[in-house]
Design a protein around this ligand. Structure first.
Ligand code: FRU
Length: 494
């Protein structure tokens, strides 16, 4: 009985989780206010939705250990996006179309239909002629226990699309119809394919929503598509497009023709640890996005997924960010205001200037904290401003604003003896009087937002608690900091 098999696997996953969760709870490297799995491995956010008064996070999950393997869908709910209650695994591999050790229930999304919660996900299985990915449906009356549709799969790779690279359906409702975009590899060019349906079970192909002509890689993982103001936004994680890991396109969309007229491209986050973002609409209309805070193994700078597997877990989500459209069609990604409720120990400093000699700054316990500052560009003649984060015992993570090279960077080569690499992005400062910087440090991550939340870097750092100092320095001149505030952050885990 296939239904029985899924239930049995969910029970097994739960037993394993119950046995190990205390261990993970006490992990030295576990996050304090970023969402992470109760045990085992987490990658992409899936099926994010506000349903019956709660936010639901589903996630790519291996409950057994802190490495990627046969994919389940983990599940948690929250009322404030900060405190999460874990629920039983929602989906486990169990059917010929999704039961394969190096496959399983891959990424997808959620939508409400007739009062029920529907999940659309990619079944990944291995058949005689190779790996096959197809789109499958599961539904639930109570939003907790799911049943796979007996007519699965509902969508198979169309002609010309590689069967092994056809995944990550993102579904939404418009009028009386459902639409989905799905990632496809068309002869080595990434595509987002658009489909429509009346019932979520029968799908009609509409159009290629957008595609790579070589410049955006060979596969667009986890596409997402939504309306923002009077524009539409397409986001995806391209494979084979250099340091681009989370791209956005902004343009106009026509439901009649399925045509997306793209007018601007940008990067959601330039850090090394921001991948496979997915968004959802909050009940107050905000468009909120989170992502898997890790780099994918196919990335050019990938080394590994970090040392936390030794504590029985790996992976967490980036801070939830509100997406806002600017008049020039660039996007801002602003950490959600709910985070302000975690603030403790507020501190402020008046305008000050800094030169060659590093100045100590304070923020909470220096490990799990928030910092906001502004660099007065008119009063600054330095070539660089450097922020040293999580310093101690000769280790540090360095964020540099280089006004000569016009570059922002985050260097973690000396961060913790484990992490490597420098994330880089261009600075655009023409006509600007100040540069705003907003930083969140958690136990194992650094997230830095600059230039009105449009130049962002999420980088994981596995620094010990003795690495709790923060310093600032200017090079080749002096810099004026025109505003500084900082906070400690309350821990959110129950
Ligand atoms: C992105 C991804 C998706 C896939 C899932 C498998 O990180 O590779 O394309 O559905 O992870 O876990």
């Amino acid at each position: 009985m296939p239904r029985e098999l899924m239930l049995e696997r969910i029970r097994k996953a739960q037993q394993e989780t119950d046995q190990k969760k205390e261990l993970i709870r006490n992990g030295r490297m576990r996050q304090h206010f970023h969402f992470m799995p109760q045990t085992g491995w987490l990658n992409d956010p899936n099926g994010l939705i506000w349903f019956r008064g709660k936010y639901h996070y589903f996630y790519q999950h291996n409950p057994y250990y802190g490495m990627w393997d046969s994919m389940h869908w983990g599940h948690a709910v929250s009322e404030d996006l900060l405190h999460w209650e874990y629920l039983p695994v929602a989906l486990a591999p169990s059917e010929p179309y999704d039961d394969y050790l190096r496959g399983g229930c891959f990424s997808g999304s959620a939508v409400e239909h007739d009062g029920r919660l529907f999940l659309i996900y990619t079944g990944t299985a291995y058949h005689a002629d190779g790996l096959e990915q197809s789109q499958c449906v599961a539904f639930s009356e109570d939003g907790v226990h799911f049943e796979k549709y007996e007519g699965n799969p509902v969508l198979r790779a169309p002609e010309g699309i590689r069967k092994r690279n056809f995944r990550d359906p993102r579904v939404w409702k418009h009028g009386d119809r459902y639409y989905l975009v799905c990632a496809a590899d068309c002869g080595g060019r990434g595509q987002a394919l658009l489909y429509r349906s009346e019932d979520l079970l029968h799908w009609t192909y509409v159009n290629v929503l957008a595609e790579s002509r070589g410049e955006w890689g060979y596969m667009w993982e986890c596409p997402d598509f939504y309306r923002l103001g009077d524009k539409y936004v397409l986001t995806f994680s391209p494979m084979g497009a250099g340091d681009h890991t989370a791209v956005y396109f902004v343009g106009d969309f026509d439901y009649d023709t399925g045509t997306f007229d793209c007018q601007r491209a940008g990067e959601m986050d330039w850090g090394m640890d921001f991948y496979a973002p997915q968004s959802f609409e909050a009940p107050d209309g905000r468009r909120i996005v989170t992502a898997w805070a890790n780099e994918v193994a196919a990335a050019p700078f990938w080394k590994d997924s970090g040392p936390t597997y030794r504590e029985g877990w790996c992976g967490f989500f980036a801070l939830p960010r509100e997406v806002r459209l600017m008049p020039d069609l660039s996007l801002q990604f602003v950490p959600v205001r709910e985070l302000q409720t975690l603030r403790t120990d507020a501190r402020r400093m008046n305008r000050f200037s800094v030169g060659d000699e590093a100045l100590a700054l304070t923020a909470g316990d220096g490990v799990s904290c928030e910092i906001k500052l502004k660099i007065d560009l008119a009063a600054t003649n330095a070539q660089q401003v450097e922020l040293f984060l999580r310093c101690g015992g000769g280790r540090k993570t360095v964020c540099t604003f280089d006004f000569q090279r016009m570059q922002m960077s985050v260097d973690r080569n000396e961060a913790d003896g484990w992490s490597q690499g420098i994330s880089r992005s261009a600075l655009f400062l023409k006509g600007k009087r100040e540069l705003d910087v907003h930083i969140f440090l958690d136990q194992s991550s650094v997230e830095i937002f600059a230039d009105q939340y449009r130049n962002n870097h999420a980088d994981n750092v596995y620094a010990g608690n003795e690495q709790n100092q923060i310093w600032i320095r200017a090079r080749g001149g002096s810099a004026v900091i025109s505003g500084y505030e900082s906070y400690g952050m309350k821990e959110c885990f129950r």
